[in-house]
Design a protein around this ligand. Structure first.
Ligand SMILES: [Fe+2]
Ligand SMILES: [Fe+2]
Length: 245
């Protein structure tokens, strides 16, 4: 399979997986992200956007060869935008009454699982599959769902589950899961960039995953990353729900 077809197919698989996974997590988090739970969520995202979003593209940029300046420029743009995302979450933490100082945040085992599951690869193909082509597909789906849970109703099978399990006992099930200002910042300052980052990863993958060996390596990393995402994201949802209790 040529690199471009392979890359498009790999990202498509991430989208299909992310839609299923986010729909399942949405069922758990429907009690809403409020008060301390929302602050905890935003603090973790402040750390993740910086640690994963900035460090991983920086590592990829250094590993790419000198003849890939066009790709290095895309990664530079990405890491600046990820720093901005980290600051968006820090601002929301402070506005909600929490500690928005990145240096004082104590990462949980789930945060580290996500970081090491993304950073600890040594080839650019592995790094972009892990971050842009799998992780960012999932986080974009999650952010979009937090802003507008109605998007889950496009898929009839998921819609049926939500109607049965959620709508029956929760009249606000289709309202935004976060407060209006956090939803606005996600929609305006975060989600549009994430779509571009997925594309950057696909373009890099296209160029370096032309051989059967590279494609095997990419598929292996995608599987590993989906598992790391379930651990790290499940941990985050558990933490939010602990505050709701
Ligand atoms: Fe981001
Ligand atoms: Fe991103």
């Amino acid at each position: 399979m040529d690199g471009r077809t392979f890359a498009i197919d790999l990202v498509r698989r991430s989208h299909e997986w992310a839609e299923r996974y986010v729909a399942q997590e949405y069922g758990r988090i429907r009690a809403r992200l409020r008060a301390r739970g929302l602050i905890e969520y935003c603090r973790s995202l402040m750390w993740r956007e910086y640690m994963v979003g900035v460090h991983v593209p920086a590592k990829t940029l250094v590993l790419l060869p000198d003849d890939a300046q066009d790709l290095k420029l895309l990664l530079t743009r990405q890491l600046l935008e990820e720093w901005k995302h980290s600051q968006v979450f820090a601002e929301r933490v402070r506005a909600l009454g929490g500690d928005g100082d990145l240096a004082r945040y104590a990462p949980t085992p789930g945060d580290w699982e996500l970081y090491y599951g993304t950073y600890n690869w040594s080839h650019p193909v592995e790094l972009v599959v892990s971050l842009q082509c799998t992780g960012e597909v999932m986080i974009t789906e999650m952010f979009k769902t937090l802003v507008d849970p109605k998007r889950l109703l496009v898929d009839e099978r998921t819609a049926a589950v939500i109607r049965e399990q959620i709508l029956a006992d929760d009249a606000q099930a289709l309202d935004s899961l976060v407060d209006p200002e956090t939803a606005r910042r996600l929609e305006e300052d975060v989600i549009p960039d994430e779509g571009q980052h997925i594309r950057y990863g696909r373009v890099i993958l296209e160029r370096y995953a032309a051989s059967a060996e590279a494609q095997q390596m990419a598929l292996h990393v995608q599987q590993r990353k989906m598992a790391a995402l379930q651990v790290s994201h499940g941990d985050l949802v558990d933490r939010v729900l602990a505050y709701e209790a």
